[in-house]
Design a protein around this ligand. Structure first.
Ligand code: ARG
Length: 458
């Protein structure tokens, strides 16, 4: 088949090269963006007087018909035509004749592909932002139902201090809110039109780029034709936002996986989100969460892959840039799946509150015993030491903190009074942490109100 660029060539392309260099097998993902761009470009050429009204009409009708075929899955993609752009252009010319050859006037695939990618990113960022919002809402609803549940917070995976479970879920809601902000911030930089930059130096037809931007819904223009065609920084930035969101999803997955183990016994996962073992009949495995955790590796890999592709490139366009697409598409698909999976898990969690509560007592409360003494004037370091000795004493006696008597306590410090026993209830200890952003019932309820307002839930 004759290539659109074959004018200066005297040999057919090597079969291997055809296969090695093609991108249509994956960049057809951009087909609808490419059509939209083509139509806007035709209108801009028409506006500039480069195309007659008649020619523009023919081109647009042809493009719309191709669009319908693509949507119906009835478009035949040809590897010999390399990429999505040449497939569509070639087919257009086949259908409407020579005037199809005018489509690519005043344009290069270099500004074309950059434009398609930005259109694609705008659409996908919007979707991801919506999925993040759904997940955050699920976390807020779960928080509302878990204010009264008290469990130990862990540091170093050792029981640390009692918290309200709502506080835990709100922590992740906060993280996903920051992730959302990162995507929205990235969107502002994506939202600039590269088209009209040509291959590298700009275009020698009088194209009104502002008009094209308006037609395609871009907020502004990429202001330098070299930068417009050379760089993929906004894709790298997007992949970073995906990677960091994946990191949050992965840590949340890890917590839930551990908490759903028999050893912890804090949570039950719904059967419909788990899978069994082909050999061990008792197993109910948290595969969705494991895969969310596992797929985070791809999200990191895709970011590193693109950054590595970019780092040594001579300015401006090089074919290496074609390698930006698979990591991009993979991250979009991976992250969207993980966000949906996590929302389903959060909505389906069953909490075993008794089990959580029973682990929130005993030595988890000891920080507050030290603080009790510190509040009575004992230097904190000394109070910490006394509380530590109480722990050692109780371990030796095989007793829990709740079982100690006032007399025994007085043996450690004369300052202990009857009111110290109030500290032996995890919920009381949690509620002493009334600072803004802390775990007391008061603080948590306030944060739920804020979150509900921000999510449009109240
Ligand atoms: N398929 C190419 C890509 O994804 C399109 C741009 C090709 N430009 C070129 N001069 N060969 O980067």
């Amino acid at each position: 088949m004759e290539k659109p660029w074959s004018g200066r060539f005297s040999e057919e392309t090597d079969e291997f090269v055809e296969e090695f260099t093609e991108s249509v097998s994956f960049d057809r993902e951009l087909a609808l963006e490419d059509i939209a761009q083509n139509i806007a470009h035709v209108r801009t050429l028409q506006e500039a007087g480069v195309l007659s009204d008649e020619e523009a009409k023919k081109l647009i009708e042809g493009l719309k018909e191709i669009e319908r075929n693509i949507r119906e899955g009835r478009f035949e993609w040809k590897r010999e035509l390399e990429d999505v752009h040449m497939n569509i252009e070639f087919e257009l010319t086949k259908r409407i004749g020579d005037v199809g050859g005018k489509l690519h006037t005043g344009r290069s695939r270099n500004d074309q592909v950059a434009t398609d990618e930005r259109l694609y990113l705008k659409r996908e960022i919007e979707e991801i932002v919506n999925l993040l919002k759904e997940l955050r809402k699920a976390l807020v609803r779960t928080s509302e139902n878990s204010v009264d549940i008290v469990l130990p917070a862990y540091t170093h995976l050792q029981r640390a201090q009692p918290i309200r479970l709502a506080h835990y879920f709100l922590a992740f809601r906060e993280a996903f809110l920051k992730d959302t902000e990162r995507f929205m911030d990235c969107y502002r930089r994506v939202d600039e039109l590269p088209l009209g930059s040509g291959a590298v130096a700009g275009v020698d037809f009088p194209l009104d780029r502002h008009y094209t931007a308006e037609l395609l819904g871009f907020n502004g223009l990429v202001r330098n034709s070299i930068y417009a065609t050379a760089d993929r920084d906004c894709i790298a930035e997007f992949l970073f936002a995906c990677a960091i969101t994946g990191m949050h999803l992965s840590r949340l997955s890890e917590d839930i996986i551990i908490w759903a183990s028999e050893e912890f016994g804090y949570l039950d996962l719904p059967d419909k989100l788990c899978t069994g073992s082909s050999i061990m009949p008792q197993k109910k495995n948290p595969d969705v969460l494991e895969l969310i955790r596992g797929k985070t590796g791809r999200l990191y890999g895709n970011l590193v892959s693109l950054l590595t592709t970019l780092k040594g490139l001579p300015t401006a366009y090089n074919r290496d840039l074609q390698e930006d697409k698979e990591p991009l598409f993979d991250s979009v698909k991976t992250l969207k799946g993980s966000l949906i999976g996590m929302r389903k898990v959060i909505e389906g969690l069953k909490v075993r509150e008794q089990r959580m509560y029973s682990n929130a007592g005993n030595f988890v409360l000891i920080t507050d015993v030290a603080n009790y003494l510190a509040q009575k004037g004992v230097p904190f370091r000394k109070a910490h030491h006394i509380a530590g000795s109480i722990v050692a004493y109780l371990i030796e006696k095989g007793k829990r903190l709740e079982e100690i008597s006032l007399e025994e306590l007085k043996g450690f410090s004369e300052l202990f009074e009857e009111d110290v026993f109030l500290l032996f209830k995890p919920e009381n200890v949690a509620d002493r942490r009334k600072t803004y952003g802390g775990t007391s019932e008061e603080s948590v309820l306030k944060m739920i109100e804020v979150a509900k307002r921000e999510e449009g839930l109240s």
